[in-house]
Design a protein around this ligand. Structure first.
Ligand SMILES: Nc1ncnc2c1ncn2[C@@H]1O[C@H](COP(=O)(O)OP(=O)(O)OP(=O)(O)O)[C@@H](O)[C@H]1O
Ligand SMILES: [Mg+2]
Length: 313
């Protein structure tokens, strides 16, 4: 179980949730721009745009949800009660496509818009929810739910909760508890189920109760090579490195080869490749000895990538 919060080490200053609205007379007028600025939601949305390459449909949906919550809030000020929208979601996509990163941002956004009290994210898998023995599952699941209240509960590879081949699997117990909480504590907990699309689809067809509680299905497509390259550029810049002109095409060809190989994990593989390039860069500088310039310290060269096993085949 991992807990994330944009409150620690985040480039975005922590926002305070909006105070509860006072009721306005029917002929009042509300300045939407002001309302929007007061929520500081745009800071999160802009950071999402700037820090994540691509993912346009994902970003669009998140903006739509932000708009809905803002308008709902203004409606509330006129005493129009539409009930809290259901915001449980399903994020489908391959490993390393940004699901966890977006969910952490989403948690902060929902907090700023007054939807959840705390805005943290608790990320779990089956093992955090389901026990090995009879009677262990309910307390485990409830403990996780307690920690997640006021925030987002992110269940990675959620389909492992359900084992079709075993009717008495304890996962079923965890699912039942989740279903209840998703219905009854909607105003204080958002559940995000994540995993591969095909497996999630079959999970939903065996668990229609779960399917009907999910309001938003958001798909995270695999990145194109251009996007992986842009992600790499963003990561190197953020860490105070750059690619030399000769290293650019080598890095691209690294990505083209890597994506065809086993266990390719999109942006996470880019991150790992750059970490190994940093190791080689450091060893190369030390082995050369002598003096170094600022440029030496910041420039990744072709050999920092070419030594990779990816180029062996
Ligand atoms: N579009 C993107 N632009 C820049 N960086 C990205 C993008 N997508 C992912 N990353 C980075 O890649 C890494 C992996 O992303 P993340 O953990 O969010 O993926 P995930 O979909 O949750 O993967 P998994 O299913 O393996 O948990 C993170 O360091 C994240 O910042
Ligand atoms: Mg993840």
């Amino acid at each position: 179980m991992t807990e994330f919060s944009m409150r620690n080490g985040s480039p975005v200053a922590p926002g305070e949730p909006l105070p509860p609205p006072e009721v306005l007379p029917p002929d009042a007028r509300v300045d939407l721009a002001r309302e929007r600025a007061d929520s500081h939601a745009d800071e999160v949305l802009d950071a999402l745009d700037a820090e994540l390459i691509g993912l346009v449909p994902v970003k669009t949906r998140i903006r739509e949800i932000a708009a809905l919550l803002l308008i709902d809030r203004v409606r509330g000020r006129f005493g129009i009660d539409s009930g809290r929208p259901n915001l449980h979601m399903c994020f489908t996509g391959s490993p390393g496509t940004g699901k966890t990163t977006v969910a952490v941002r989403l948690a902060e956004l929902l907090h700023r818009l007054g939807y959840i009290r705390k805005g943290h994210l608790v990320s779990v898998t089956r093992d955090d929810l389901v026990g090995q023995y009879v009677g262990h599952t309910a307390p485990k699941t409830k403990e996780v739910l307690k920690r997640a209240m006021g925030g987002v509960l992110f269940i990675d590879e959620a389909y492992y909760l359900y084992r079709a081949e075993n009717e008495r699997d304890y996962g079923q117990e965890a699912i039942e508890i989740l279903l209840q909480v998703m219905e009854n504590n909607r105003d204080d907990l958002v559940v995000v189920l994540a995993g591969y699309k095909d497996r999630m689809d079959s999970f939903f067809s065996s668990n229609p109760g779960m399917s009907s509680r999910i309001a938003h299905h958001i798909d995270f497509p695999d990145y194109a090579t251009d996007e992986l390259e842009a992600i790499g550029r963003l990561m190197t810049a953020r860490e105070g490195y750059r690619l030399s002109d000769e290293a650019e095409p080598v890095f691209r060809s690294y990505l083209e080869r890597r994506r065809e190989q086993p266990r390719f994990a999109n942006a996470r593989s880019v991150r790992n490749a750059l970490e190994r390039a940093r190791l080689r860069h450091a060893s190369r500088l030390l082995a050369a000895g002598g003096e170094v310039t600022r440029d030496d310290l910041t420039t990744l060269r072709p050999e920092d990538f070419l030594a990779s096993r990816v180029f062996e085949t």
